[in-house]
Design a protein around this ligand. Structure first.
Ligand code: 13P
Ligand code: SF4
Length: 332
């Protein structure tokens, strides 16, 4: 029989999380797709590139990662001596699921003259089989550094890969994976929304399929979309990515109106990432209290996965990724 769940009633979770983060010398890293109450207590919020950089360089002993598993695993790959905890180990990613390591290995073996440029949204095993990891904010910068005649496999996101092919003119062999969240946006509903708000720019993540990207005024990582939204002179903006990022937009620009792009039912609820939603304040509290669930991995695979991640961090250079919208670390 499973042990009974601890009773959390009556606890001030925010105060307890604060107490534990100090007691444990922990840093709380959060992705923009996390629930607002998690974003609001994070020490650092960022896109995947920012979060990787922050995971690599910080003085904490514990990283409490509020995001999905591949993000927390990236933190562990880059900082093996730190304790890395993820509030819910079931927080996966449809892109990771679309790319099983054995099939990816066979794909690579079938194309021995290609290098594997791989989106960070994948398992540690797939990273270990790759040459260079990219994020949505670093992919173009990294691609531009590869010789023009270099043959490339790009996986697992065919939408990001297709966007890069169209934007850069590079021919790449694409793995057929998709993000279930960005696939859910409806072109028909988006066009209706544009007609209701003439002139409102559409900001889209490159995980969106081409029929959504075709209507976008700005395509970029979560951080790039956030920056664009804040700098834009428009007062009304349409956001085609997971809608929890709107929390940061509303905080930073309370006078503007941000509208989440709709799914097929005309409602944006279907565009919430079900994996990101698994993390809650309760689970974050328990994770800090119990130092579990722990992110762990085989050391040989970690070392193999670190090489393409290190390449990304070197090649990304100063690619914009300053996502420090959280409160200063350990300040009151
Ligand atoms: P970003 O790197 O743009 O934050 O994307 C992460 C992600 O999973 C988007 O679905
Ligand atoms: Fe994965 Fe899509 Fe969720 Fe991002 S939004 S974590 S790509 S399922």
């Amino acid at each position: 029989m499973n042990a009974p769940l601890p009773t959390l009633q009556g606890l001030d979770l925010r105060a307890e999380i604060d107490r534990l983060r100090r007691a444990r010398n922990a840093i709380i890293l959060a992705h923009y797709y996390q629930a607002p109450e998690i974003q609001d207590l994070a020490d650092f919020i960022g896109d995947s590139l920012d979060l990787s950089r922050k995971a690599q360089a910080n003085d904490a002993e514990v990283i409490a990662f509020c995001g999905v598993r591949f993000m927390a695993e990236t933190a562990k790959i880059l900082s093996p001596d730190k304790i890395v905890i993820l509030p819910d180990m079931a927080a996966g990613c449809s892109l990771e699921d679309s790319c099983p390591p054995d099939k990816f290995r066979a794909f690579r073996e079938a194309h021995p003259d290609h290098i594997a440029l791989t989106y960070i949204n994948c398992s540690t095993e797939v990273k270990a089989l790759s040459d260079i990891i990219v994020t949505s904010s670093s992919a173009e910068t990294i691609l531009a550094q590869l010789p023009k005649d270099q043959k490339i496999i790009f996986g697992p996101d065919k939408n990001l890969g297709g966007y890069l092919v169209r934007k850069t003119g590079r021919d790449m062999l694409l793995w057929p994976g998709v993000c279930i969240v960005h696939e859910a946006f409806s072109e028909t509903e988006l066009l209706k929304l544009k007609a209701e708000h003439p002139g409102a720019p559409v900001l889209a993540h490159p995980e969106c399929p081409p029929h959504i990207l075709d209507h976008a005024d700005q395509v970029g990582s979560t951080k790039a979309i956030l920056d664009f939204a804040l700098k834009s002179p428009s007062d009304v903006l349409i956001v085609a990515t997971e809608p929890h990022i709107i929390h940061q937009m509303e905080k930073a620009a309370p006078g503007k109106i941000f509208i989440g792009a709709p799914g097929a039912d005309g409602n944006c609820n279907c565009n919430m990432c079900p994996y990101m939603a698994l993390n809650t304040l309760e689970k974050l509290y328990l994770a800090l209290r119990d130092l579990a669930p722990l992110v762990e991995m085989d050391e040989a695979i970690r070392i193999a996965a670190k090489k393409p991640l290190d390449r990304m961090l070197e090649m990304a250079g100063n690619t914009v990724g300053k996502g420090d919208v959280g409160r200063p670390i350990f300040s009151d």
